[in-house]
Design a protein around this ligand. Structure first.
Ligand SMILES: Nc1ncnc2c1ncn2[C@@H]1O[C@H](COP(=O)(O)OP(=O)(O)O)[C@@H](O)[C@H]1O
Ligand SMILES: [Mg+2]
Length: 306
């Protein structure tokens, strides 16, 4: 197997003087050539992780590497192969999109021809002579991606690049990311939007509360049914029996419980042994959303500091 482009092991971030963690026990592997989704709810630690990876924040512990080179200690060796959009870059409002890129290209010694190639890649051809201040948010975001493409990176790190965009802008940015993936660029795309990861990514890591909950191909993450819905006449008794068997059950609606297990047998055995009848047992799954909800729910139920 090819060397992973990004490898994070046991990453942790604590803030001095604050209890708990921002990131804890986080593992992340991005294989070469994949568009990898870094999926987690708001506040789960995506930006913090990316900032540590790029040397913008210090980790409390853990190890990280890019292209097999340990970072941040040897970041300068690989930084030329990495493009990142983490915060909104500063462009000059009264310059055109192209002028802004030319300025950047010349400041880093990249030939002007790359500017037009980058404009083409992000679909801004025909709009590059418009002033930056007249651009829509989606165009501004695509210009930011174009800026990172100037040095022809092998890895692109994008932190929630569709946040705040309108539906058209979202679609445009997703198309650009998909196109880059098809062109062979490895992409790490953070998002709290399941549909985005499902549409754009080939592999993904799901995190909750700063921890890795699941990782793998998007197809395999979607495929597994990770929870079951149970309907029983006596829900309170069912809940007690499930809890006694170590299964976490939460209210799905007034009639049913959501039980975080892939194994329906565990549920029937727990209920059967307690003499609780069930009237319905159905797998929940088949899309990333249910996987995600079930994983984050399970994490919340058992969500104590390790
Ligand atoms: N400067 C900071 N000091 C202390 N805690 C912070 C700081 N910035 C973010 N946090 C907390 O760290 C956690 C992770 O935040 P963040 O990495 O921004 O999550 P995400 O990008 O997934 O939304 C959150 O609980 C957030 O409130
Ligand atoms: Mg964030």
């Amino acid at each position: 197997m090819a060397e992973p482009v990004v490898e994070i092991r046991g990453l942790r971030k604590e803030y001095a003087g604050r209890k708990g963690h921002q990131v804890a026990d986080l593992d992340l592997t991005v294989p070469e050539g994949e568009v990898h989704g870094f999926l987690g709810p708001n506040g789960s630690g995506k930006t913090t992780t990316i900032r540590m990876l790029l040397g913008l924040a210090a980790a409390t512990r853990g190890s990280m590497s890019l292209f097999g080179v340990p970072v941040p200690s040897r970041l300068p060796e690989v930084v030329g192969r990495v493009g990142a959009v983490v915060e909104s870059p500063k462009f000059s409002p009264s310059f055109t999109g192209r002028q802004n890129l030319l300025l950047l290209a010349r400041s880093v010694g990249v030939p002007d021809a790359r500017v037009d190639a980058a404009i083409e890649t992000v679909g801004l051809r025909g709009r590059e002579q418009g002033r930056y201040k007249t651009y829509s948010l989606g165009m501004k975001q695509r210009l930011a991606i174009a800026a990172t493409l100037l040095k022809d990176p092998r890895l692109l790190i994008l932190d929630e690049p569709t946040n705040g965009l309108d539906p058209a802008g979202i679609r445009e940015v997703r198309e650009v990311i998909r196109g880059l993936g098809e062109a062979g660029v490895t992409v790490l795309l953070s998002s709290h939007i399941l549909a985005e990861v499902q549409q754009v990514c080939t592999t993904a890591t799901i995190i909750g509360n700063g921890r890795t909950l699941a990782t793998g191909s998007v197809a395999s993450l979607i495929g597994a049914s990770t929870s079951h819905r149970v309907v029983a006449p006596d829900l309170a008794a069912a809940r007690t029996a499930l809890a006694a068997a170590g299964l976490s059950a939460t209210e799905d609606d007034a009639d049913g419980l959501l039980v975080a297990t892939e194994q329906p047998g565990e549920i029937t055995r727990a209920l059967g042994e307690a003499g609780v009848w069930l009237t319905e047992l159905s797998p929940i799954g088949g899309d990333l959303e249910s996987t995600f909800l079930s994983l984050t729910e399970r994490d919340r139920m058992g969500g104590t500091e390790r």
